[in-house]
Design a protein around this ligand. Sequence first.
Ligand SMILES: NC(=O)C1=CN([C@@H]2O[C@H](COP(=O)(O)OP(=O)(O)OC[C@H]3O[C@@H](n4cnc5c(N)ncnc54)[C@H](O)[C@@H]3O)[C@@H](O)[C@H]2O)C=CC1
Ligand SMILES: O=C(O)C(=O)Cc1ccc(O)cc1
Length: 307
Amino acid sequence: MFERVALVGIGLIGSSLAHAMRRGGLAGRIAIATRSAETLKRAEELGLGDEYHADAAVAVAGADLVIVSVPVGASGAVAQTIGPALKPGAIVTDVGSTKGSVITQMQPELPGNVHFIPGHPIAGTEHSGPDAGFADLFDGRWCILTPLPGTDAEAISSLTRFWEACGSKVDVMDPQHHDMVLAIVSHLPHIIAYNIVGTADDLEAVTKSEVIKYSASGFRDFTRLAASDPTMWRDVCLHNRDAILEMLARFSEDLSALQRAVRWGDGEKLFDLFTRTRAVRKSIIEAGQEIDVPDFGRHVVAHPPKP
Ligand SMILES: NC(=O)C1=CN([C@@H]2O[C@H](COP(=O)(O)OP(=O)(O)OC[C@H]3O[C@@H](n4cnc5c(N)ncnc54)[C@H](O)[C@@H]3O)[C@@H](O)[C@H]2O)C=CC1
Ligand SMILES: O=C(O)C(=O)Cc1ccc(O)cc1
């Protein structure tokens, strides 16, 4: 599909892409670059690519497709490094969890003769690093592309076909809309998980080991999310600030209403809300988006829709 693909950043997402590309025979040659020498060495030990470079500019030279898979706060620095070395006509994309900020950081650093198409696979786990990747991570999961107005339609089609060959379904969306949607469905759940696990950890001093001993599956689900990479999620919070604050404000308002219902013993209100939310879960499962997390997320599997 592409003669030469460069992966800049080889953590969970970069390494999963390397596995998926190998599985589908999507790249003639895979060049890998990452910041830390240790990670680069590990990528080589795992045989994730064909070439390994400490300098991202060397890795992207001659590449037809460049995929930047680094924490969103590092996107601008990476674009600055690779910009002058990019091949004219190359497709440059990323996988960052926020899109408006990535575009603001990367676009000014990239030459006008490449096709910059920001992207975001809605697939992942709480694990990070080159050992965490697996070939079927993207199978049946959405990948959202947020191209800028005027982007070459053939380049968008080409990147769409690439993600489809990696197993994904592809949607195209406006970056601001992406950031608002992801703030509620992904960023807030992680922030809430970090918060509840932090609260429980504070209580631990009082409750001794009870928090761990009696942690039921509900709390365990939160600990899975709260085990996600701190650098990645710090960057998501700093780089999707407005949308996250907007959603947190709504969340706090609704939580206050729930608190009031508990305080005043308003069983009807509680029952109505819990009935409504149960229907949301049902519709997700019916849409084929149920996620199995048998060992708390090592393998996130999306089931195909039932016929
Ligand atoms: N973890 C997840 O579940 C998902 C993550 N994403 C996004 O994918 C991107 C990568 O995330 P992961 O692969 O999970 O992270 P990771 O922590 O597993 O890997 C990050 C990689 O970036 C490299 N890196 C960090 N700073 C760098 C810099 N300044 N220059 C060059 N390389 C640098 C690291 O060495 C590492 O290879 C992030 O933007 C994240 O928001 C998107 C979907 C899911
Ligand atoms: O592990 C989970 O449950 C996730 O939600 C994974 C994830 C994390 C970040 C993204 O931008 C997309 C997916």
